[in-house]
Design a protein around this ligand. Structure first.
Ligand SMILES: Nc1ncnc2c1ncn2[C@@H]1O[C@H](COP(=O)(O)OP(=O)(O)O)[C@@H](O)[C@H]1O
Ligand SMILES: [Mg+2]
Length: 277
């Protein structure tokens, strides 16, 4: 099983759009995917058609110790489960401030989930992180083995990025030795602009020149760039992934290519997909 946190503390860079469409796209290739919505705004839950006003159990109950992951997951499409979030999750930051071992709540919840499924677990757990380096995010990065970082090619994005990488290095040292930054995804990419190309070059150089012992030393920039495409912004209102909403769009094309790259990494991350899947 691959456990991937999609994280950037900057908002509006494509975390949720990527989480939902990568999850949905992987299921089209026969993978079983559980998406954990870790943002109290509940954007990925809403994108998959969960009614945020309905009373239901969410990831909040997992953080507060009232429910287990297996009790709050919902099947939304074939092979695709979501553990929804809503505004309740915001309370976690205050409620857990002094709790011992608070960084490990999600990791333990996933471990017990996997154990209970006894070999019948998901192929992927994908975590849509909030736009903050908060307790919930630290839980995600402690539970994950991989991190994908969506980056919007603007100069200001690179500033936030070094902060994120330093925090990741700290989490790797203190909480999760198994964490790897698999790659950066260029999202909201404006084709044909100098800015996007220049920032991309800077990012490539930055990775090439980085210390080989850093957690991002082996990170790459995924070749598939996710272009700005209005269909991607429209799909959530129809509770559909891009593959259902606009299968011929540039957005569907770009995410399909990205998913091929993700699947190509499965052997490296020791994920075996049964032939029958
Ligand atoms: N490639 C894209 N093209 C057009 N709009 C996009 C694209 N990616 C994301 N969006 C839109 O941009 C906004 C922010 O994206 P989102 O995925 O919610 O970012 P985050 O989760 O990082 O805050 C949303 O309205 C989303 O629909
Ligand atoms: Mg989001």
């Amino acid at each position: 099983m691959r456990t991937i946190a999609i994280m950037n503390q900057k908002g509006g860079v494509g975390k949720t759009t990527s989480s939902v469409n990568i999850a949905a796209g992987l299921t089209r290739q026969g993978r079983r995917v559980c998406l954990l919505d870790l943002d109290s705004q509940g954007n990925s839950s809403a994108h998959l058609g969960i009614d945020l006003n309905a009373s239901m159990s969410t990831i909040y109950q997992v953080f507060s110790g009232q429910k287990r992951l297996q009790e709050v997951k919902q099947l939304v499409k074939k092979n695709l489960w979501i553990v929804p979030a809503n505004i309740d999750l915001a309370a976690v930051e205050v409620e857990l401030v002094d709790a011992q071992g608070r960084e490990f709540i999600l990791k333990r919840a996933i471990e017990s989930f996997v154990q209970q499924m006894a070999g019948n677990e998901f192929d992927y757990i994908i975590m849509d992180c909030p736009p903050a380096l908060n307790t919930v995010t630290i839980n995600a990065l402690t539970a994950a083995t991989e991190m994908f970082i969506p980056v919007q090619p603007h100069y200001l994005s690179l500033q936030g990025l070094s902060r994120l990488l330093e925090t990741t290095a700290l989490i790797k040292r203190r909480l999760n030795r198994n964490l790897t930054i698999t790659g950066m995804m260029l999202c909201l990419y404006e084709t044909g602009t100098r800015l996007a190309a220049d920032v991309t070059d800077d990012l490539i150089r930055f990775l090439e020149e980085s210390d080989p012992s850093s957690p991002w030393a082996k990170a790459r920039i995924f070749k598939s760039r996710i272009r700005r495409n209005i269909r991607l912004a429209e799909a959530p209102s129809f509770a559909q992934s891009i593959f259902e909403y606009a299968p011929d769009s540039a957005g569907a094309h770009d995410y399909a290519n990205l998913i091929e790259e993700i699947i190509a990494d499965e052997a490296r991350f020791k994920l075996q997909i049964p032939q029958a899947a």
